[in-house]
Design a protein around this ligand. Structure first.
Ligand SMILES: [Zn+2]
Ligand SMILES: [Zn+2]
Length: 149
């Protein structure tokens, strides 16, 4: 898999992304919980690897001093998280259409996790940001990288 396509709930934002996708990370921080209603799961790509087929509804909310969240102003779907520093944009994978051939490899910001659910998968867990989240350390499932933790 080297292409993802997705959209918001109403279709006013539609995108395709290609390139090297980071493994999926679940974020349990307060901002992700507030913006999504639960917690978020996202891959990431370089900004230039996202092509918008329709961006009529796309708006950006500055959710912190260092990042913005891309959402649809029509339907409220939250689609992207873009830090000011670095060369990656997170794509919330709930907006992807069809199957995603990427593993969920970590959960982060457990320090702000909700008390009403348990994490029952075997992905790594980090109290805050974790080790190398800004690094494109995974890419696609090539079938040759079985040692990744
Ligand atoms: Zn929409
Ligand atoms: Zn978060």
């Amino acid at each position: 898999m080297n292409l993802l396509s997705g959209s918001c709930m109403c279709g006013s934002v539609r995108y395709e992304a290609c390139g090297k996708f980071r493994n999926i990370i679940g974020c349990h921080c307060t901002d992700c919980r507030k913006s999504s209603g639960h917690y978020t799961a996202a891959t990431s790509v370089r900004p230039e690897d996202i092509k918008f087929l329709d961006s009529a509804g796309l708006a950006w909310y500055r959710s912190s001093a260092s990042a913005q969240r891309g959402f649809c102003r029509e339907c409220g779907s939250t689609l992207f998280w873009k830090p000011d520093i670095g060369d990656r944009v997170s794509i919330f994978v709930g907006t992807v259409d069809g199957a995603i051939d990427l593993p969920l490899s970590a959960h982060i910001y457990l320090v702000e996790k909700g008390t009403y659910y348990e994490i029952s998968d075997h992905a790594a867990q980090y109290l805050t940001a974790g080790a190398d989240l800004s690094v494109d350390n995974c890419g696609l499932q090539s079938g040759s990288d079985s040692s990744a933790s």
